[in-house]
Design a protein. Structure first.
Length: 164
């Protein structure tokens, strides 16, 4: 950034925070044999199973915001590690359902506890996980995540081919 710039943009700060979080989670769950992406998958699967759902890979991709192809790759690796099982959906033979194994549940519970502790540390400057500032941040982030992103539409022919 140049000396005269007004400061970092919100996008830059979100990107930096996301990277900080990813690295911290990667380090925290590495002793369990997980990466941040694998943790996101098994923790989401754990929560979905607890509410009675046995999601498809597609459903889990939608839930996590990960690409379906990446979820498939992660699921195969987690299956090889004995943490999840992949089975054909009896209602749709094209779909693959996912479920944690017993070992997967145990590892996931440990990982969730580790990441919750990490989250408490990250949010301490805002007053901790249950603080009003944290709740407000969560609401703001949810608003941003819920807003659809559409490609920009040129307003006239003269703006086509230019970068905003």
């Amino acid at each position: 950034m140049s000396k005269g710039s007004p400061g970092p943009t919100p996008g830059f700060l979100v990107w930096r925070l996301a990277n900080k979080w990813r690295v911290a989670v990667d380090r925290a769950v590495a002793p369990l044999g997980l990466t941040h992406a694998q943790y996101s998958l098994v923790a989401s699967l754990y929560g979905m199973q607890r509410s009675g759902e046995r999601p498809s890979q597609r459903r889990l991709a939608d839930h996590t915001g990960l690409e379906a192809l990446y979820v498939s790759k992660l699921a195969r690796a987690l299956e090889s590690a004995g943490l999840i099982e992949r089975t054909r959906d009896p209602r749709d033979p094209r779909a693959v359902q996912l479920a944690l194994t017993e070992q997967g549940e145990a590892v996931t519970r440990r990982a969730i506890a580790m990441v919750q502790e990490l989250l408490q540390q990250l949010l301490e400057p805002l007053g901790g996980l249950d603080a009003p500032r944290t709740r407000a941040l969560t609401e703001e982030l949810t608003t941003l995540l819920d807003a659809p992103l559409a490609p920009p539409v040129p307003t006239d022919e003269s703006s086509q081919g230019t970068t905003p």
